[in-house]
Design a protein around this ligand. Structure first.
Ligand code: CTP
Length: 408
């Protein structure tokens, strides 16, 4: 995916610099060429020789080196790149970027560039949450700098929290997203369901679940980034509407189904919503009042329509690709395999939603792609990265010629 792309990788001084070596390897493995700028502090963690060997190019460090400047001036370094990646982006380098300093080669190149910049922060949790860093990141985002991470986790300083640099694979996916110039889903229509549904008990009470909508919304955004015309049918969530997507807001499962059917002919549907399985048979028009001494009201439930199963049904209007999720707390794969067959969809993304795993509402997800071809385990990724990977898979699938049989 990165054939012919030129990355200028700026390696600053943090323990996570060791991951930058792996990042170079992966980027080159995807066809990109990588040139490195290593800060003085960065050179305390990785050697120029390692970066030089992995990039098969010389490494740039010294702004005042006559040879460096005559062979490859700081302006040329940025001109020759499609994207600047700062990994690790330390608190110090982020502060210098935000302040517009040009006190070493890395900061000067970043100030002089008109190319997109991606920063992968890495620092101690207190430094990351410090008001100064928060303000610097805010400033840089407003100026258009993209960020990936940091992730939560145990750190070299024996603390736990946000501050770990994203894994090289995650950074590669972010780079691919930023550089995705082609729109493989242009002309394709996609439908995504997201968030929970609410089933009314009376005008003030409802049955619902913990779905945040983060995964479904990220999928809608990722499909739109690849050029698809996306309709997102969403239950009540607090995550913002993704840009470039038509959002239809609903409350109940019945409304979600109606909105999906109204979307018309579509090429791919991804059902990421956590639809309530049951609704209250006879919701009260007025608020149910407590009657002193009386037993609590019994709620009679009726099954909700299964939206995924409905959209999977074989018909001339069936989308070419129907993707569902399996939210499970036990027997993850076996239940997902069974669910795929029962609902008649093409792919199921199985994820563990046990509270201890933190999928609902969390930032990351571990999914397994279940298809007729078998089960593919994906690494634990940020929900955005799961979405990008899925969108990429969908684009590849829809790009293939249509097989004779409907079931793929
Ligand atoms: N789904 C749907 N409509 C429903 C229930 C579920 O479209 N009424 C979709 C979800 O969006 C998801 C998939 O079906 O893509 C599986 O949802 P899940 O909650 O894992 O399974 P259920 O069908 O609810 O089955 P169970 O509760 O028995 O696990």
């Amino acid at each position: 995916m990165l054939n012919g792309k030129r990355i200028l990788l700026i390696v600053a001084g943090g323990i996570a610099a060791f991951k930058s070596l792996e990042l170079v390897r992966r980027l080159r493995g995807r066809g990109a060429s990588v040139r490195c700028v290593l800060t003085e502090a960065g050179a305390k963690f990785v050697t120029p020789l390692s970066l030089q060997a992995l990039t098969e190019d010389r490494v740039y460090s010294d702004m005042f080196s006559l040879t460096d400047e005559s062979e490859m001036g700081h302006i040329q370094l940025s001109r020759d790149a499609d994207l600047l990646v700062v990994a690790p982006a330390t608190a110090n380098l982020l502060a210098r970027m935000a302040g517009g300093l040009a006190d070493d080669l890395a900061a000067t190149v970043l100030l002089a560039t008109d190319k997109p910049v991606l920063a992968a922060p890495a620092m101690n949790v207190r430094m990351w949450t410090h008001a100064a860093t928060v303000a610097n990141v805010e400033t840089l985002k407003k100026r258009g700098v993209s960020f990936i991470g940091p992730n939560d986790g145990a750190m070299a300083c024996n603390e736990y929290g946000p501050g770990r640099m994203s894994e090289p694979e995650e950074i590669v996916v972010a780079i691919e997203n930023l550089l995705s110039v082609d729109k493989p889903l242009a002309g394709k229509k996609a439908l995504v369901t997201s968030g929970p549904t609410r089933e009314a008990i009376d005008p003030v009470r409802y049955i619902s679940n913990h779905s945040s909508g983060k995964q479904g919304h990220a999928i809608a955004a990722a499909l739109a980034r690849l050029g698809a015309e996306v309709t997102l049918v969403s239950g009540p969530v607090t995550v913002p509407d993704p840009s470039g997507v038509k959002v239809v807001k609903i409350d109940s499962a019945d409304q979600m189904l109606a909105a999906c059917l109204a979307a018309g002919a579509i090429d791919v549907v991804v059902c990421a919503a956590a639809v309530a399985d049951w609704r209250v048979s006879h919701p009260s028009d007025a608020k149910i009042k407590k009657k002193p001494g009386a037993a609590p009201p019994a709620l009679e439930l009726a099954p909700n329509p299964d939206i995924l199963a409905t959209l999977s049904r074989s018909s001339p209007q069936r989308p070419r690709l129907v993707v569902g999720f399996a939210a499970e707390t036990e027997n993850l794969i076996a239940n997902a395999v069974d669910k795929r067959q029962r609902k008649g969809c093409d792919w199921i993304l199985a994820n563990d939603v046990s509270p201890a795993v933190g999928t609902f509402g969390g930032e990351r997800n571990t999914v397994h792609l279940v298809s007729a071809q078998g089960v593919e385990d994906w690494p634990t990724l940020a929900k955005d990265e799961v979405a990008a990977r899925l969108a990429d898979r969908i684009a590849r699938h829809l790009g293939q010629p249509r097989p004779a049989q409907a079931a793929e």
